[in-house]
Design a protein. Sequence first.
Length: 117
Amino acid sequence: MRNFRQYDFWVDSKSLAKDVYLLLSGFPGEERYALCDQLRRAVVSIPSNIAEGAGRETEIEFARFLDIALGSACEVETQIELAYDLNYISVQKRDEIIFKLNSIERRIAAMVKRLRR
């Protein structure tokens, strides 16, 4: 079993989840059970799948869970773009979150590549 806390992309994805949760407090009430709920689930899925995969026995299993985390990161990116399009967040917030997401995505993808060698 690997210690998921050792991976900087887990630390950063957990921090990103907190950032997104705080950001959602400014969304309109009608989005509480729509976009907000979807964003919360997707952003929490990133560090959760990293942790779950790290607890798996094989590198293949770990890589599979990292792939799921990558998919969730893409989902968050899409939802952040939509939030921007709906004028729920500023261009600065959108760019800040997407910059963090892209950094996390690159590091997870590099780890997947290493695991699959």
